[in-house]
Write a protein that binds this ligand. Structure first.
Ligand code: CO
Length: 169
């Protein structure tokens, strides 16, 4: 299990690097990510959250069946016009939850831990988790996308929770 990197650590704002080859090292990272996600009671995790700036995500979503898998170099190739609002949280931003509007369904492409190319159609919670985790790979956090009505509240909570670490940063 790895330590989860907490906001405002700068790695969370970096664009993560493509994985050129899915080798044993990458598979070890994936195993650590699954363990760390489980320990944190999360439903998704991106590699930068354990301090590794590479394009790897894991998800574990129990909705309309159980979906547990890792994706390397994931890419969203379709976003639905239809959107939905759901409350989100993040293991790297403990204590804060807020509503975020995102496309309701997506198609994502990437590679499994064994290096097989896959294409996944997702909607509802699974689509939500994919978008949240893939945003992490581009240095984007859910607090950047909070619905207007909750923005002030979230900013205030962020200041209260993380002002100490910002100062000592
Ligand atoms: Co997150």
């Amino acid at each position: 299990m790895k330590e989860i990197v907490v906001y405002p650590h700068p790695i969370l704002r970096k664009k993560a690097e493509e994985v050129p080859l899915i080798d044993g090292e990458v598979r070890d990272i994936i195993s650590e990510m699954f363990e760390t996600m489980k320990e944190g009671d999360g439903i998704g995790l991106a590699a930068p959250q354990i301090g590794i700036s590479r394009r790897i995500i894991v998800v574990s979503v129990d909705e309309k069946g159980f979906h547990k898998f890792a994706l390397v170099n994931p890419r969203i190739v379709f976003f639905s016009k239809e959107k939905s609002i759901m409350e989100e949280g993040c293991l790297s931003i403990p204590g804060i939850r807020a509503e975020v509007e995102r496309p309701q369904s997506i198609v994502v492409e990437g590679f499994t831990r064994s290096g097989r190319a896959v294409r996944v159609e997702a909607s509802g919670l699974l689509a939500r988790v994919f978008q949240h985790e893939i945003d992490h790979l581009d240095g984007v956090l859910f607090i950047d996308k909070v619905v207007k009505a909750e923005r002030n509240r979230v900013e205030k909570e962020l200041k209260e929770l993380f002002s100490d670490s910002t100062v000592s940063g």
